[in-house]
Design a protein around this ligand. Structure first.
Ligand code: 7RM
Length: 653
């Protein structure tokens, strides 16, 4: 493990002394109202966590009750074993018998401006039809299905259809390249790929189907590709393999039952970056995942039937799984879904959407908030945002300045902000304010939620004193935790349960203050957080060395005002290749093509050699400091060749 990150950033955060108690009007009506109510929940969760989660589980519809709440043998957990339920039935069927039958489940807006509303009854029908269509294609319980779609209702429909028949979905973010898609399809052994002729992004069509055609060329497990007509773009159709979505559903049956599934039946695989070049297929299962995503949606977002709830994440990320689809639909919410880019066609697009649909709960990323802040107050000020009552953030630490802007300019000073800490692996929010109960401190995710045993410890697992940096861990299993890494249980054990004995290690550094509030310091492994998206430095490096001109590469994060972190890459060239601005551009494109646009380095620096230790390890700590433009501090005695470092500092364009 790397040493803890520089203390600098956290010092800035800890200077932030102001507290923001929840607004009195909000507290009065809140589900969890006032600090004492949270303390009581907290005490219940600490005293009898299994009982706590068992009570939460009773809020779902079960086909068969569980026998045991938790079976736990480090590092494998089974929650609610013996029980059976269906996730899609909990998100849809159970709402059809009451007042939610004709309630809007999804209000969708496409980037070009069209809107669609699907009631719970209508969404249920679409899911049933598509579930039958999948069965007709030979998809059976346990089979893997890859989903590569834009943000359209069909993304949720495809996920829920898989859940309905017990197929395991693997959603791949539409911004990922054909190569990334191929690797994920192959790792999961997906039988079917679901895609679209394209999706709208920044006024242009993203040609998803082309990427699928490229990927499937070397994906032998794929027997069928389903294509949704979204943009009316011309696409190649491979007879026998490709099927139009609308043709399949036109001849499918609408009355297939939801399959009762074991609590531990796999629900989805979602790939996320780790500290090696190979993304990890994080596996989530059925009941525990839904229990905790539903509980957190209801309580962290203080959700009401009258809310219009908008989580701006793409379904390609875990936030889109847990807080666009599963959590909110399990709660019977009205979910707003938007296809496109935040500032398309104008910088006030988000605020126009809030105004038009009377959004009341808004959950987005700090990087977006900083971009809006930079674009200017006139954009939100020109729209009626009075429907908003609660704001949330996720994905990275929020700087206090952006926090206050979000509260004042977007929330009009009346909306609490929930800064929610969690990961792809945790499945659900673990550390967060409860909006009617927890005084906020800008930049802190505040406290572990009831039933969650998170702490900050040293390498031996001993809690560190208040104010000291340490490793963020979770001591006891929680219902929505990942169960393994698909096809690599050893990596699961080594990565998460071995670094600190007997505990789940998050990969984050953190610090607790004297009030027990958690301040996240960021990743301490080789994972970057660029605009709230996880990237592995190794993946970027292996993309770079895949270019014929590159001999060696090192990627690091450097602080960036808008993105949080930006990718800076140091590259040495093969003999005979000369550095040039054109080559820099070519390398940036090369990475974007290999992984996806989100991985495109902001900066490439050529060097004659990379700084290494005597044993040949690249000294990333030094490169981080060089990339940040700081004078290199700390111990450089293990550095093999000091002239290398001096040369790198000079190549600052
Ligand atoms: C939900 C998600 C996980 C990593 C995590 C942290 C960072 C997420 C916060 C945060 C500070 C937050 N899943 N992170 N939320 N850091 N405050 N509220 O983002 O798997 O893609 O990333 O993101 O480093 O380990 S993720």
């Amino acid at each position: 493990m790397d040493p803890l990150p520089a203390e600098k950033s956290i010092d800035v955060l800890l200077k932030e002394k102001r507290r923001y108690p929840p607004p009195a009007a909000f507290v009065k009506a809140a589900r969890v109202s006032g600090p004492a109510a949270r303390a009581r929940l907290q005490a219940r969760g600490a005293k009898a966590p299994e009982k706590f989660w068992e009570d939460a589980a009773r809020e779902l519809s079960w086909d068969k009750p569980w026998r045991r709440v938790l079976e736990w043998k480090v590092p494998h957990a089974r929650w609610f074993s013996g029980g059976k339920l269906n996730v899609a039935a909990n998100c849809l069927d159970r709402h059809l018998d009451g007042p939610r039958r004709h309630k809007a489940a999804i209000i969708w807006e496409g980037e070009p401006g069209e809107t669609r509303t699907l009631t719970y009854l209508q969404l249920h029908r679409e899911v049933c039809l598509f579930a039958s269509a999948l069965k007709d294609l030979g998809v059976a319980k346990g089979d893997r299905v890859a989903i590569y779609l834009p943000m359209v209702p069909e993304a949720a429909i495809a996920m829920l259809a898989c859940a309905r028949i017990g197929a395991v979905h693997g959603v791949v973010f539409g911004g990922f390249s054909a190569e990334s898609l191929r690797d994920r399809i192959n790792d999961a052994g997906a039988k079917v790929v679901i895609t679209a002729d394209g999706g709208w992004r920044k006024g242009a069509v993203v040609r998803l189907k082309d990427a699928v055609d490229e990927a499937v060329k070397s994906a032998p497990s794929v027997t069928a590709v389903v294509v949704l007509k979204r943009t009316n773009t011309d696409v190649a159709i491979h007879e026998g393999r490709d099927h139009w979505w609308h043709r399949l559903t036109a001849k499918a049956s609408a009355d297939g039952p939801a399959e009762p599934l074991d609590s531990e039946h796999p629900l989805f695989i979602l790939y996320t970056s780790g500290s090696t070049g190979k993304p990890k297929g994080v596996l989530h299962t059925t009941a525990g995942y839904l229990v905790q995503t539903a509980w957190t949606t209801k309580n962290v977002f203080d959700l009401r039937d009258t809310d219009v709830y908008w989580c701006t994440a793409d379904v390609g990320w875990v936030t889109g799984h847990s807080y666009v689809v599963y959590g909110p639909l399990a709660c019977g919410a009205t979910v707003l879904m938007y296809e496109g880019a935040p500032m398309q066609p104008r910088p006030d697009r988000f605020w126009e959407i809030v105004e038009r649909h009377r959004v009341s709960v808004l959950y987005t990323a700090p990087t977006a908030i900083r971009a809006f802040m930079k674009a200017g107050d006139e954009h939100p000020r020109g729209r009626d945002l009075s429907s908003l009552r609660l704001l949330g953030t996720v994905g990275e630490p929020i700087n206090p300045e952006a926090w206050r802007w979000y509260r004042d300019v977007i929330g009009g000073g009346r909306c609490p902000i929930v800064d929610t800490w969690w990961q792809t692996e945790t499945g659900a929010i673990l550390i967060s304010p409860l909006p009617g109960a927890t005084p906020a401190k800008p930049g802190s995710a505040t406290l572990p939620l009831p039933g969650v045993d998170a702490d900050v410890v040293d390498k031996a697992g001993k809690p560190v004193p208040p104010g000291s940096g340490g490793y963020l861990v979770v001591r006891r299993p929680w219902p929505a935790m990942l169960r393994t890494i698909w096809g690599d249980d050893e990596r699961y054990q080594a990565q998460y349960w071995s670094q600190i004995p007997g505990m789940y290690f998050t990969g984050d550094g953190a610090r607790k203050d004297k009030d027990g509030y958690f301040w996240i310091l960021g990743r301490i492994d080789d994972v970057l957080n660029v605009a709230g998206h996880r990237l592995s430095t190794m993946e970027i490096e292996s993309a770079l060395v895949g270019h014929p001109a590159v001999a060696e590469a090192a990627a690091v994060g450097r602080p960036d005002e808008l993105l949080g972190q930006a990718v800076a890459a140091f590259v040495t060239l093969k003999g005979g290749r000369l550095p040039s601005p054109e080559l820099k551009e070519e390398l940036r494109e090369h990475v974007a093509k290999a992984i996806g646009a989100i991985a495109r380095p902001s900066e490439i620096r050529f060097a004659d050699a990379l700084p290494k230790t005597r044993s040949g390890k690249i000294m990333r700590r030094l490169l981080r400091e060089v990339a940040a433009g700081r004078a290199v501090q700390g111990d450089v005695t293990t550095l093999e060749d000091l002239t290398v470092l001096a040369a790198l500092q000079k190549d600052e364009e």
